[in-house]
Design a protein around this ligand. Structure first.
Ligand SMILES: *[C@@H]1O[C@H](CO)[C@@H](O)[C@H](O)[C@H]1NC(C)=O
Ligand SMILES: *[C@@H]1O[C@H](CO)[C@@H](O)[C@H](O)[C@H]1NC(C)=O
Ligand SMILES: *[C@@H]1O[C@H](CO)[C@@H](O)[C@H](O)[C@H]1NC(C)=O
Ligand SMILES: *[C@@H]1O[C@H](CO)[C@@H](O)[C@H](O)[C@H]1NC(C)=O
Ligand SMILES: *[C@@H]1O[C@H](CO)[C@@H](O)[C@H](O)[C@H]1NC(C)=O
Ligand SMILES: *[C@@H]1O[C@H](CO)[C@@H](O)[C@H](O)[C@H]1NC(C)=O
Ligand SMILES: *[C@@H]1O[C@H](CO)[C@@H](O)[C@H](O)[C@H]1NC(C)=O
Ligand SMILES: *[C@@H]1O[C@H](CO)[C@@H](O)[C@H](O)[C@H]1NC(C)=O
Length: 424
């Protein structure tokens, strides 16, 4: 640092001395040229100077013009002196009378906008800007014609097409009637999320859920998000949740549990590059079950509960059936009997227990289960990311033994729930 300062301090006086000793050689060496301005050779060749001369005296003012549909960026320039130099008091170029300001064309999924300028408002006063569908619309993606036409007034403005359909081609035109087209663009509006699939149904022949492929009206369909929740009606407490990301060519998927002895809730959403759209819902309740709350799940009961010690003994059985590469089960505790919250916990990402908060949902244990085990919940053990804290008297609890299987396109959560209360 010190070295660099020294260098700068030495350099500054040197630079100042150089500036004084060597004035501009072009001015000092050519006395005839002193006090006159010439037309710079690198200026826009379309510029015309009035009066037209090969050079101009100090203080001469020159009127500028351009040929055709162009106007000068400044109407006058003057030859001025600055120190020993003579130069023009500014630079000039020829600009189009009408211009769409570069970089201002903005396209969204429902609008097209641009900024324009007109340097001669009298010339531009009959100009029109229009938006039109670029081609005939065809089913299933029918787009309505738009009535977007605007007369342009003044020196500048913003032209906005009226509300447009997403992912549709429009032509934006700026014209001078009757037949001069100044600008024309073909613009495709941006994509948005797709509409919800028309319907989702069970194919009784195959036991698969099916849906109608979505048309690319709001964007290219890149796939479907299928979420299925299956609750076993025979094996109390078994809950299966599948989160599937399917490719766009897929329009059916088998139900987990083959449709037997389960109640189901399923949603399907189309996905474009922008994201997933609204969901189509399908629910199924086996006959003879009445109509309980769709999220109401029946859990296994726990007999061995000790409110005084804050423990409950859970008869755990491995969920994974051999040959299963995943053996790691998590034991999640939720201080609720609310079925919606319990389902959320089965597919959620519970945090380790935080002692300074009310218990809500936490991981109590991580177990490599290979055989049935009686597990004491609330025994106080803890490890990396989990804590088997003592249960609180007076609270309702749900415990979930969970197995997660993940692949690139699917997440499957299988949970067995146990519910109990730590009475008063
Ligand atoms: C002197 O004039 C020549 C030719 O016009 C030019 O290339 C050069 O940059 C000028 N030098 C200075 C110091 O202005
Ligand atoms: C140029 O104009 C300035 C003020 O506008 C004036 O002081 C100066 O004398 C004029 N120079 C010449 C050469 O006419
Ligand atoms: C240069 O001089 C002309 C004529 O006097 C004047 O109209 C113009 O505003 C001046 N340009 C600048 C940048 O000062
Ligand atoms: C277009 O013009 C409007 C109004 O003058 C201005 O607010 C907006 O920033 C301009 N847009 C761009 C992209 O320059
Ligand atoms: C389906 O599951 C995914 C992944 O968990 C989630 O982002 C999406 O919101 C769910 N869809 C519905 C309709 O709940
Ligand atoms: C269950 O929890 C959900 C979400 O917090 C809530 O909307 C619902 O009302 C609760 N149900 C009952 C029966 O308390
Ligand atoms: C526990 O919860 C408290 C209050 O919400 C928060 O301030 C604290 O950071 C949490 N601790 C951990 C380890 O998450
Ligand atoms: C479960 O088994 C795997 C593989 O044998 C091992 O990496 C992991 O640490 C074990 N987890 C627990 C909680 O014992």
């Amino acid at each position: 640092m010190a070295l660099r300062w020294t260098f700068l301090l030495l350099l500054t006086p040197l630079l100042a001395a150089q500036g004084q000793e060597n004035p501009d050689p072009n001015i000092s060496g050519e006395p005839q040229e002193t006090g006159r301005c010439e037309v710079p050779s690198d200026w826009d060749p379309r510029l015309q100077f009035t009066p037209e001369q090969s050079s101009y005296a100090l203080n001469d003012s020159v009127q500028l013009s351009c040929a055709g549909e162009y106007v000068p960026s400044v109407p006058h320039i003057r030859c001025v002196s600055r120190g020993m130099q003579t130069l023009w008091n500014g630079t000039a170029t020829c600009k189009e009378v009408f211009q769409v300001v570069p970089g201002t064309l903005e396209i969204s999924s429902t609008s097209i906008k641009l900024n324009w300028t007109c340097r001669l408002p009298d010339t531009c006063q009959h100009m029109r800007a229009t938006c039109r569908l670029a081609g005939p619309s065809s089913p299933p993606c029918e787009a309505e014609e738009v009535e977007g036409e605007e007369m342009l007034h003044g020196q500048e403005g913003t032209f906005i097409c009226p509300p447009l359909q997403p992912f549709t081609d429009y032509s934006v035109t700026i014209s001078l009637p009757p037949s001069t087209i100044l600008f024309e663009w073909l613009v495709r509006t941006e994509e948005t999320v797709p509409d919800k699939p028309e319907k989702l149904w069970l194919d009784p022949n195959t036991g698969s859920l099916r849906w109608k492929a979505l048309p690319p009206c709001k964007g290219e369909i890149i796939g479907y998000q299928l979420n299925i929740t299956a609750r076993s009606t025979r094996d109390g407490g078994l809950l299966q949740m599948e989160r599937l990301r399917l490719s766009r060519s897929v329009t059916e998927h088998p139900l987990p549990g083959h449709g037997l002895g389960h109640s189901y809730t399923a949603t399907v959403q189309g996905v474009t590059a922008v994201g997933a759209g609204a969901a189509s819902l399908w629910e199924f309740q086996p006959d003879g079950l009445g109509t309980p709350h769709p999220a109401g799940i029946s859990c296994r009961s726990v007999r061995d509960v000790s409110p005084s010690q804050g423990t409950a003994v859970l008869p755990l059985q491995p969920i994974a059936r051999p040959p299963a590469e995943v053996r790691e089960h998590q034991l999640i505790v939720a201080a609720t009997h609310n079925g919606t919250l319990v389902e959320g916990a089965c597919s959620g990402e519970p945090q380790p227990l935080n002692a300074s908060r009310q218990p809500d949902t936490y991981v109590a244990a991580v177990l490599n289960l290979t055989a049935p085990t009686d597990f004491v919940l609330g025994a106080g053990t803890h490890g990396q990311g989990y804590r088997n804290a003592a249960l609180r008297p007076g609270w309702d609890y749900t415990a979930l033994l969970r197995l997660i299987q993940r692949s690139q396109e699917a997440e499957k959560f299988t949970c067995i729930c146990y519910s109990f209360s730590l009475g008063k």
